[in-house]
Design a protein around this ligand. Sequence first.
Ligand SMILES: Cc1ncc(COP(=O)(O)O)c(C=O)c1O
Length: 375
Amino acid sequence: MADPSFREATRVVRAGLPEAEQGSAFLGGPTFAAPFHFRGDPASSDYVYGRYGNPTWTAYQSALGELEGGDVVLFSSGMAAAAAVLLPRLRPGDVLVAPADCYMGVRSLIRRHLAERGVEARLVPTADPGFAAAIEGASLVWLESPSNPGLDVCDLRQLIDAAHAAGAPVAVDNTFATPLGQRPLELGADFSMASASKYLSGHADIVLGYVAARDPAEAERLVDWRIHAGAIPGPFEVWLAHRSLATLDMRVARACATASALAERLAARDDLGNVRYPGLESDPAHELAARQMSRFGSIVCFTLESGERAEHFLASCRLVNEATSFGGVHTSAERRARWGGDDIAEGFVRLSVGCEDPADVITDVEQALDQAASR
Ligand SMILES: Cc1ncc(COP(=O)(O)O)c(C=O)c1O
């Protein structure tokens, strides 16, 4: 474990690395194994069979655990991680309180696999002051802040306290913020879940997820679910993600700085509506985000006059890739309403700033907006 007194940028470089041993690699390669050599008592080894455990997972889990401040269990995707928190806990008659504007995949999981089986789902918008009141009688509270894609922010500590007072555990989807921007377990949450397909791995080439649990017994339950659901990550993906963790601070710092500069420029334009970036002082979420987050992220959202204009903007970008997802080194954007299901305008664009030269990103976005405006 990296010395906890080291600063964050140092800890991401060192997290989860083994003790230095003469002749060993800094981060040894992935272990590929279905069965491991194993005789006798099943309790005598951590590594018996590849669905139960793998040393490559152990190293990355301990690295993420250092950053999140809890026990981490990896899953094959962010959705597998979300499902591992939601599905085994909730039974017919239970009440789940969740944001009406959280990630659409999680909402669809709630609708199709929980609500249809008798779990009462109370969906309340993230920024709705009535969220705390909806918690009364909850069996589990799911939060996401900032929300995807609207970038609204809720007061995590306040809602976590309200949930605990009502006897409900709380899980926070921390994908947008990353553990460098926000630590839900420190704010009192029971679970911090994230898709590591985004910033954590950061190169747009891996699908992976994890849950960090405050209580080691809860982490054991998640491991038990993973064993039985078989929602396991591949060792190579996990190794790549661990390797990418070393640059997380640099990637996020660069992307956040560019996003902030871009948001300022976009907010000054008169052809865009509703430019959202929690780092903008004028943003409705700014005050809360500044209290709760240590970085404002690298996603900027804005709305063009129509879906057609937004499509024209995307087609006019030379650098910005049109793609779903976010948090990678490549700047990308999409017209989010193409998916349906979110309460957003047809011309709403979610733009994820990457690590290219800031001037190139800003120039490209502005020239594409100019082209869209001139149509
Ligand atoms: C906020 C959020 N949570 C969870 C997920 C699901 O993650 P994955 O795609 O790794 O399954 C996503 C994916 O976009 C997301 O944006």
